[in-house]
Design a protein around this ligand. Structure first.
Ligand code: GAL
Length: 661
C-alpha cells in the first residue's frame, strides 16, 4: 500500500464509522432525489458512491459531455452533509464506443467475442479502451477537483469482475511484453515454462500466445503466468487511472473495490493493495457466516490491519444465486458489524434504492421496493444508529492475534491448476476449515499474505502452501528457528515460483523443516475416507509419510496398511513444525487444533462456554481496545460483564456486542 490515507473530510470532522451505499440517482426522476437525501439523513448515511455505471449518461456520444445532472447530485449531497466517493465511471463502456470500436471487446479462451449489452465488456489491455477511459477520468477529475463533497475516488468497479481473463490479440501482445519483462530472454521463458516438453519450445516471444483452448492440457507455467499477467493487467489499468487522479487531485485518496469473497480469485489483492490509499472490499454471503468473517480477515490482512472500507454488501437477498433468499432477522446488522470487527471503518451496501428496472431489480437495497415503511428500512436505520455508538472505534487497527493463517494467491492459483494428482482439492476451502477450527477453539486469528512479517505470531498455519520459492522457505525456517510454531498441510512446499517441483521427495521446500519425506501422493476418491488413529478421518488426500529427522513425533497415524504417519511434529529448539498430510475437515481439525494451540503456548481468549459459539475480534487504537463478540449461532449467549459500547452481556441470536477493554 501507499501510505494509508483515509477519506478526505473537512478539517475538524470527528472520526466515525461511515455508512452508505452505491447510489444510482441516474436511474430515477429528479423528485426522487429529494426523498433519497431525506431518507439518507434519517438512516445516518454520510457517504455514497456515485456514477459507477454512468459513462453512457456522462458521455452520450464521442466528444459530447453531460455533467449537469452530476453537478446537481453532488451539490445536493453536499448540502445534506453526505460525502461523495466519486467513481471514475469507467467500468462499463457505452454502446457507441463498442459499436465504433469492436476491438475493445474481450475474447474468451475459445475465441468467443463478448458482446455489449451487459456490463464490463472491455479488454483490460486494449489501448483504444484505455484512451477513452482516461479521457473520461481526466474530465471528471478536472471538473470536480475542487468540490468539497468528494471524499475519495472510486476507480472503475470490481476490476476484472466479468473481464479478468481476456485472450484477444491485445492480450497476446501485452502478455508477450509482460513475459519479456519477467524473463528477459526467450531462453529464460523456455526454462521457466519447461518447454522441453511436447515440442513447446519457443524461438521468440512473438510465438507466444495466451493459453487459448488447446488440444490438450496447456503448459501449467504458461497458465500460471497468464493468471499473474491478468491480475497485473487489471492493476495496470488501476494505476493508469490513479496517476491521472493523483496529478489533478493530489489531496483526494484513491481506492478501488476488491472482491475478496468466496472463490473469486482473479486478482492478487495483496499485490494490488500496494497501489491504493486504502483498501475497499465487496462481500456477499455465499457459503456461511464463517466465510464472511474469513473474507473480512483476509481483507484486513491485505490492508496490513489498517482500517478499510466495506464498499458493498447486501441488506438482504441478492439476484445472482440460483435461489435468492432474504437475510434472516439480525443478519443485516451482524454481517455489517463483523466487517467492522475486522477493521472496516465504513459500512456500505449495494445499493441505496432498489432498482425498478434492469437485471438487478430483485437485488435488495437500503430502500426496498416496499419503501420506507418496511422492516428492512427500519433495520437500516437501526444499524445507522448502532454505528454511531462505535465511533470511538474509528481509526483503530485490527489488533494482531497470536495465530495467523497464510493466504497466498500464488498457491491458490498453482494448487488448482489442471493435470494435477486430484481435481478435488480446493485451496480456499482448506484455509477456511482451519479458520473455523481455530475460531471454534476460542482464539483470534489473523489471515496474512505470504510476504507478511511473521514476527509476533506464535502459531502460523500454512494450508496447502503449494508454491514455496526459496525466500518464503527461508522466512518459514527463520520463523521456526526463532521459536515460532508452524503447521503445514498436504500439497505444501511442492514447487518453486516457476511451478517446477522441488526434487528429492515431497513436501519439497519444506521437507527438511518438517522432518518428513513423501515419495508418492495418494489422493482419495471422491467419497473415500481414511481413518486415523485419533478417531479423525481424512478425505481428498493421503500420503505414505516417512519420518526423516530426529525429534519428530507422530501425532496421528493412518489406519491403513499402506500408510503410516499422518500427522507429525518436529521440535526445533523452542519452535516446532507440524505436518498434516490429509484433509481433516473441521471435525478432524477440532480434535487436533487444541493440542496445536497448547503446544504453541496460545491460550484461548474466550471462556470455554463461549467457544464454538462466539467469534472474538479486537481492534486497538487511540481510544483504547475494543472487543467484538459475534454470536455465530441461533441461541442467546451469556458474555462476561463489561463496559459495553454496543449490546451487553446477553448476546441475542446472530447478535454482536462491543466492549471497551
Ligand atoms: C457487485 C457490483 C454491483 C452489483 C452487486 C450485486 O458485483 O459491484 O454493481 O452488481 O455486485 O450483488
Amino acid at each position: 500500500m501507499q501510505t494509508h490515507r483515509w477519506l478526505r473530510t473537512p478539517e475538524g470532522t470527528a472520526p466515525r464509522i461511515s455508512y452508505g451505499a452505491d447510489y444510482n440517482p441516474d436511474q430515477w426522476p429528479r423528485e426522487v432525489w429529494d426523498e433519497d437525501v431525506r431518507l439518507m439523513k434519517e438512516a445516518g448515511v454520510d457517504v455514497v458512491s456515485i456514477a459507477i455505471f454512468s459513462w453512457a449518461k456522462l458521455q452520450p456520444a464521442p466528444g459530447e459531455w453531460d455533467f449537469a445532472w452530476l453537478d446537481d447530485v453532488i451539490d445536493l449531497l453536499h448540502e445534506s452533509g453526505i460525502g461523495v466517493d466519486l467513481a471514475t465511471a469507467t467500468a462499463s463502456p457505452p454502446p457507441w464506443l463498442t459499436i465504433a470500436h469492436p476491438e475493445v471487446l474481450p475474447v474468451t479462451a475459445d475465441g468467443t467475442v463478448l458482446s455489449q449489452g451487459g456490463r464490463q465488456h472491455w479488454r483490460p489491455t486494449s489501448p483504444v479502451f484505455r484512451r477513452y477511459a482516461l479521457e473520461l477520468v481526466t474530465k471528471l477529475a478536472e471538473r470536480y477537483a475542487d468540490h468539497p463533497a468528494i471524499v475519495a475516488w472510486h476507480v472503475n468497479n470490481e476490476l476484472g469482475c466479468h473481464n479478468a481473463y481476456d485472450y484477444s490479440d491485445d492480450a497476446a501482445r501485452a502478455f508477450r511484453a509482460w513475459l519479456a519483462e519477467r524473463y528477459g530472454t526467450v531462453d529464460g521463458l523456455n526454462d521457466a515454462w519447461g518447454t522441453a516438453f511436447w515440442a513447446q519450445r519457443y524461438g521468440s516471444f512473438d510465438e507466444v500466445l495466451p493459453p487459448r483452448v488447446a488440444a490438450s492440457f496447456p503448459n501449467p507455467t504458461q497458465q500460471l503466468d497468464f493468471l499473474r499477467f491478468s491480475s497485473d493487467a487489471l492493476t495496470d489499468h488501476l494505476v493508469a487511472e490513479r496517476e491521472i487522479l493523483n496529478r489533478i487531485t493530489p489531496d483526494v485518496p484513491v481506492t478501488t473495490n476488491f472482491m475478496i469473497v468466496g472463490d473469486t480469485r482473479h486478482a492478487d489483492y495483496a499485490k494490488m493493495a500496494r497501489e491504493i490509499d486504502f483498501v475497499s472490499n465487496d462481500h456477499y454471503v455465499t457459503v456461511d457466516r464463517d466465510e464472511l468473517a474469513f473474507s473480512a480477515a483476509i481483507t484486513s490482512g491485505v490492508a496490513r490491519h489498517r482500517p478499510w472500507f466495506l464498499m458493498e454488501h447486501s441488506t438482504s437477498a441478492v439476484n445472482w444465486q440460483p435461489v435468492n433468499r432474504p437475510k434472516r432477522q439480525g443478519e443485516l446488522a451482524r454481517d455489517s458489524l463483523t466487517h467492522v470487527a475486522h477493521g472496516a471503518d465504513a459500512v456500505c451496501f449495494f445499493q441505496w434504492r432498489q432498482s425498478a428496472a434492469g437485471a438487478e431489480k430483485y437485488h435488495s437495497a437500503m430502500v426496498p421496493h416496499a419503501g420506507e415503511d418496511s422492516r428492512l428500512f427500519r433495520d437500516v436505520v437501526a444499524l445507522g444508529s448502532a454505528l454511531r455508538r462505535l465511533d470511538a472505534v474509528a481509526g483503530s487497527d485490527r489488533a494482531q492475534a497470536e495465530v495467523a493463517i497464510l493466504f497466498d494467491w500464488e498457491s491458490w492459483w498453482g494448487a488448482e491448476l489442471d493435470s494435477h494428482p486430484t481435481e478435488l482439492l480446493r485451496y480456499r476451502r482448506e484455509a477456511l476449515e482451519w479458520w473455523t477450527a481455530l475460531t471454534d477453539a476460542g482464539v483470534r486469528v489473523d489471515v496474512v499474505p505470504a510476504d507478511a512479517d511473521l514476527a509476533g505470531y506464535r502459531l502460523v498455519v500454512a494450508p496447502v502452501l503449494y508454491s514455496v520459492p526459496a525466500p518464503l522457505r527461508e522466512a518459514l525456517e527463520a520463523f521456526v528457528a526463532g521459536g515460532g510454531h508452524l503447521v503445514a498441510t498436504y500439497f505444501s512446499g511442492i514447487v518453486d515460483e516457476n511451478d517446477h517441483v522441488w526434487l528429492g521427495g515431497y513436501p519439497g521446500a519444506l521437507r527438511e523443516l518438517l522432518g518428513v519425506r513423501v515419495e508418492e501422493f495418494r489422493p482419495l476418491w471422491k467419497d473415500e475416507k481414511v481413518a486415523l488413529s485419533n478417531g479423525a478421518a481424512g478425505t481428498i488426500w493421503s500420503e505414505p509419510v516417512d519420518v526423516t529427522a530426529d525429534g519428530v513425533e507422530v501425532l496421528a497415524s493412518y489406519e491403513h496398511e499402506e500408510l503410516g504417519a499422518a500427522v507429525t511434529r518436529r521440535t526445533v529448539g523452542d519452535g516446532s513444525a507440524t505436518y498434516v498430510s490429509t484433509r481433516l475437515g473441521t471435525d478432524g481439525l477440532a480434535a487436533l487444533v487444541p493440542d496445536v494451540l497448547a503446544h504453541a503456548g496460545v491460550h484461548p481468549e474466550l471462556p470455554e462456554a463461549l467457544r464454538g459459539r462466539v467469534e472474538l475480534v479486537s481492534r486497538t487504537g487511540a481510544n483504547g481496545r475494543f472487543d467484538f463478540y459475534i454470536n455465530r449461532g441461533d441461541d442467546e449467549v451469556r458474555l462476561p460483564e463489561g463496559d459495553y459500547l454496543l449490546g451487553g452481556a446477553a448476546l441475542p441470536p446472530r447478535g454482536v456486542a462491543v466492549a471497551r477493554r
